[in-house]
Design a protein around this ligand. Structure first.
Ligand code: BTN
Length: 227
């Protein structure tokens, strides 16, 4: 295992693991706050809603935090800002997928661990390097030649920067890059307009009958809802 420091983060790099999220979940007591596990290959990468995450030479890593942060907003924003640094313009499809040119380029799986009280958060980030027609999504290589290491460094750089922002700035910047605000969303067969995203990541919907607040694990938005 290769170990290196990247400002506040301690990065551990392995060739192969089942899933960087699963590994940190099972071994979080052995790692310090702000540890990052990076894998060249995942044999059982996981996505949201129990889906499989396929990666082939893609950037796959998970960050372990031992204190709570607004990761649902920080993580996609750090990816958007990192891509911007390479002149790739992207947006956030609620709750935290990152899209480029109408296609998903990055998925994020956040898992919070509790044992009576909060123990840790694991923020898993997968950024496509090549196109993924089988699971929808474009890759960074379609736009620029950027190595996984360069990309990782930028994401960690912006993650650290955003951790220091106040909550108002965080929310304002997240909403600025959101692809969903103002869009019509169908929830339980009823049409709403997406109005706001709260700091815990919940989506606020409105229609003539009133307001509905939904959590990220309650609904999977089709790609068509944001394009
Ligand atoms: C999604 O879009 O459903 C979330 C995908 C998250 C994939 C990343 S890759 C690194 C980390 N390890 C995993 O097993 N999953 C996350």
């Amino acid at each position: 295992m290769k170990i290196r420091r990247n400002s506040i983060f301690t990065c551990y790099e392995v060739d192969e693991v089942d899933s960087t999220n699963t590994y940190l979940k099972n071994h979080y007591q052995e790692f310090g706050d702000d540890s990052v596990l990076i894998a060249k290959r995942q044999t059982a990468g996981r996505g949201r809603f129990e889906r499989t995450w396929l990666s082939d030479n893609d950037l796959c890593f998970s960050i372990l935090f031992k204190s709570p942060h607004q990761n649902a907003m920080i993580a996609p924003l750090a990816v958007v800002m990192a891509l911007e640094k390479f002149d790739i313009s992207s947006g956030i499809k609620w709750p935290n997928d990152v899209y480029v040119s109408g296609e998903k380029i990055c998925g994020i799986l956040i898992e919070d661990l509790y044992e009576n009280e909060f123990q840790a958060s694991i923020v898993g980030i997968g950024i496509n390097q090549t196109n993924k027609p089988s699971v929808e999504g474009v890759g960074v290589a379609s736009f620029k030649e950027i190595s996984n290491n360069e990309l990782l460094d930028q994401v960690l750089h912006f993650y650290e920067e955003i951790l220091n922002w106040n909550l108002k700035k965080l929310k304002d910047e997240y909403l600025k890059h959101s692809l969903i605000i103002g869009k019509t969303i169908t929830y339980h067969d009823i049409s709403f307009q997406a109005m706001d995203v709260q700091l815990d990541g919940s989506l606020v919907l409105k229609n003539s009958s009133g307001i509905q607040v939904i959590r990220a694990d309650e609904i999977h938005l089709a790609k068509e809802q944001i394009v």
